[in-house]
Design a protein around this ligand. Structure first.
Ligand code: ADP
Ligand code: MG
Length: 304
């Protein structure tokens, strides 16, 4: 559903030639999200998360590299294609719950609005709005304006708005940024429901590392690049089973990978590591004398 390859976005600030400052917000980012997945992208403030979502949402274009969403090269869209893409292929939820909604419309009217732009028949609009608000667990709020809703309710309406035209991909940028922990969990539950019930692929972006407890797949972004990811599997049967996590890292097309800093620091790995190819895995050792039981190796000293 999402395929980003060596994505670069450089912002130039300053007005006259020569006095500009360049910020490289994305520095060769690779990311793959499969259809139907729910993924969290976690990174510190300034790591390039919103820049990435802006590109995936069709609001911004990359300086280099490619971003494909549902088979569409979003960097290469013409103006009219871009409008259609933003209306039908992606839905977005922003951090400020209130900014996702028009204050003088009720929740139901807010959800109906984007369907009007997509020329959905009026009667169908009303039914779908009620259905989506029900799915988000806020059917009772349909006739209230945003001012009469809590922050968490507003954000659930905002998710319903984003889902109104049945997007293939739902992008949520810090959707729980202004909410307390209990309310945040409700928002994650709502996003999981959208994912499970409607089959929408969901990409959530957050600086909150605790989100890893809420989703199966967490990808870490650092300095405009994706680094490691954690996949969680239920340890036992049933939905209440605890999740156990396994750490993964991205292997790019030329075979480079980035090791988590906790791993390299705990073993004092730096500059050079020793590689051993086993029949079904690769060993990576500190660059120190070989342990006595280590096998005579193939692969050592080869390459750069
Ligand atoms: P995040 O969402 O992870 O906090 P952003 O994607 O917003 O990070 O920003 C990444 C970097 O790009 C930051 O250094 C930010 O200051 C810079 N940046 C983002 N948007 C712009 C812009 N429109 N003009 C100049 N610099 C920008
Ligand atoms: Mg941001």
């Amino acid at each position: 559903m999402v395929e980003c390859e060596s994505l670069v976005r450089i912002f130039r600030t300053g007005t006259r030639a020569g006095d500009g400052v360049e910020v490289q917000a994305l520095q060769g980012l690779d990311l793959t999200v499969r259809e139907g997945e729910l993924t969290a992208l976690v990174g510190a403030s300034g790591s390039g998360k919103s820049t990435l979502l802006g590109i995936l949402a069709g609001l911004d274009t990359p300086s280099a590299g490619t971003a494909r969403v549902a088979g569409t090269d979003v960097g290469g869209l013409k103006r009219r294609e871009r409008t259609a893409y933003r209306r039908r292929t992606v839905g977005t939820v922003r951090q400020q719950a209130a900014s996702n909604l028009l204050p003088y419309l009720t929740a139901r009217e807010n959800v109906q609005l984007p369907m009007g732009y997509a020329a959905v028949p009026r009667r169908r609009r009303a039914a779908r709005a009620v259905e989506l608000l029900g799915l988000m667990g806020i059917a009772g709020a349909a006739d209230r304006t945003p001012a009469a809703l809590s922050g968490g309710e507003q954000q659930r309406v905002a998710i319903a708005v984003a889902l109104a035209n049945g997007p293939r991909l739902l992008l949520a940028d810090e959707p729980t940024g202004e909410l307390d922990t209990a309310t945040s969990e409700e928002i994650f539950a709502a996003l999981r429901t959208a994912n499970a019930e409607l089959g929408t692929t969901v990409l959530i972006v957050t600086h909150d590392a605790l989100v890893a407890d809420q989703v199966r797949r967490t990808v870490r972004i650092r300095d405009g690049r994706t680094s490691t990811e954690v996949l969680r599997h239920t340890a036992g049967p049933g939905p209440g089973s605890p999740l156990s996590g396994e750490e993964y890292t991205v292997l790019d097309r030329v075979g480079r990978l980035q090791l988590p800093r906790e791993f390299t620091e705990s073993l004092g790995l730096a500059h050079r590591v020793r590689l051993v190819l086993a029949h079904d895995h690769i060993e990576l050792w500190p660059d120190r004398p070989r342990p006595p039981d280590a096998p005579a190796t193939t692969g050592e000293g080869e390459g750069d």
